[in-house]
Design a protein around this ligand. Structure first.
Ligand code: ATP
Ligand code: MG
Length: 387
């Protein structure tokens, strides 16, 4: 028998006029998360139902629980609306899931009020049937080892034993498209995940200084992107060399402003990509107060270079919260691989923490920024990262 998986969604159900649009997006995202599986997706009564091969059930559940907009998923057994049919589904579930000498609790919910029995009546009848067939089990209403959920729907009943949590949020794509500045660090993959969670479809850009940064550090970024791609339906990654730009900054500008100037160049490049690919905002992993370039003064001087909206989803998070999130989405272990980042090249001993815009503009006048941007964009490399 194929596996049947019930997919619940939350926030999008609330969105009034947008509801149809959001549901359609979620439907498409569920389908693309299941690409490669012989699975179908259908919507009924405010949920989705996925059918697929029983052998792939666990993997399908793991994919579905990474789709933003999904609140929870359960592997269910469907039964016609008759007591006998429901009873045999319940007994089947107990046979599959109950542990030796364990305890259980039946929790029925009657969404369909035309069903002739109340929820407590269903609980009693099903509980008695389980005990009769499995006298070694006992009922525990507070801390059972097996919960048996029964949902009486309009056309059929569903029997299941639990939920896997989804990530919540909004379906990717419904709020727009943005460009993630993806370093090899801990923060920016988490920032990307949080932007995806709010319904943004992402492309990503990574700046490298090959050959000063190694192929290993490039692989690290590709691996990070692969993990984000699981949540984001695949991600286009732009790889851009800033080696030439860094040399120019190093040769022509005061060392204490090096990082600020490089960051401004990164934003110019990002803006160029965003305009070309019709991306509406930039997303960074910046927080506040972490490093010299993340003081309010530095951030103001850096972001003054572009009129584009810059989103910083990590602003309100402590480092340990960011690390915990990175662990949950499996990017942490990749991020802590020890390969160098382009920003650590030519790192000044005393970077400015309170740069002044006029001084920065003065220093920047030594650079032909338009030409540098154009040259770097021309050499940029584009990769599509599959989930
Ligand atoms: P991360 O862990 O994301 O590298 P961080 O705390 O180390 O962040 P910074 O190194 O100051 O902070 O970088 C701030 C943000 O600038 C990063 O989160 C990222 O969005 C962007 N950024 C930094 N370096 C790069 C890079 N090489 N390529 C693309 N974006 C970068
Ligand atoms: Mg960094």
């Amino acid at each position: 028998m194929p596996a049947l998986i019930l997919v619940r969604y939350g926030e999008i159900a609330l969105k009034g006029k947008n509801r149809g649009y959001f549901e359609k997006a979620l439907f498409n995202n569920l389908k693309s998360a299941l690409r490669g599986f012989d699975a179908s997706v259908n919507r009924a009564h405010g949920r989705f139902f996925v059918q697929g091969p029983a052998a792939a059930e666990q993997e399908i559940i793991s994919r579905l629980s990474k789709v933003f907009g999904v609140v929870s998923v359960s592997s269910v057994q469907a039964a016609p609306l008759s007591l006998d049919a429901i009873k045999s589904a319940v007994l089947q579930l107990v046979e599959n899931r109950a542990t030796e000498n364990g305890s259980f609790k039946v929790e029925a919910r009657r969404a369909n009020k035309s069903f002739p029995l109340t929820s407590p009546e269903i609980n009693r009848i099903m509980g008695a049937a389980v005990l009769k067939k499995n006298p070694h089990l006992r009922v525990d209403l507070h801390d059972p080892s097996l919960r048996i959920f029964i949902e009486i729907g309009p056309k059929e009943a569903f029997v299941f034993s639990g939920h896997a949590a989804g990530p919540g949020g909004l379906p990717v794509g419904v709020t727009g498209r943005a460009l993630l500045l993806l370093s090899g660090g801990i923060d920016s993959p988490v920032a990307g995940w949080m932007a995806l969670k709010r319904g943004l479809a992402l492309e990503a850009v990574h700046y490298h200084s090959y050959p000063f940064t190694s192929m290993r550090s490039r692989e690290k970024v590709l691996d990070l992107c692969k993990h984000l791609a699981l949540y984001g339906n695949g991600i286009k990654l732009h790889l851009i060399s800033v080696t030439g730009i860094q040399k120019e900054i190093h040769d022509r500008c005061p060392p204490e402003l090096g990082i600020i100037l490089l960051r401004r160049m990164m934003l110019r490049l990002a803006e160029g990509i965003a305009r070309k690919h019709r991306l509406q905002a930039l997303v960074t992993g910046e927080s506040l107060g972490q490093v010299a370039s993340q003081t309010l003064e530095s951030m103001a001087v850096i972001s003054a270079v572009t009129p584009m909206l810059i989103l910083r989803p990590l602003l309100g998070m402590d480092k340990h919260e960011i690390v915990t999130r990175a662990e949950n989405i499996d990017t942490y272990e990749i991020s802590i691989r020890p390969y160098e980042d382009c920003c650590t090249l030519f790192l000044p001993r005393r970077p400015a923490t309170r740069p002044q815009l006029d001084k920065v503009l003065e220093a920047e006048a030594a650079l032909d920024t338009d030409k540098l941007v154009e040259a770097a964009l021309q050499e940029s490399e584009l990769k599509f990262i599959e989930p």
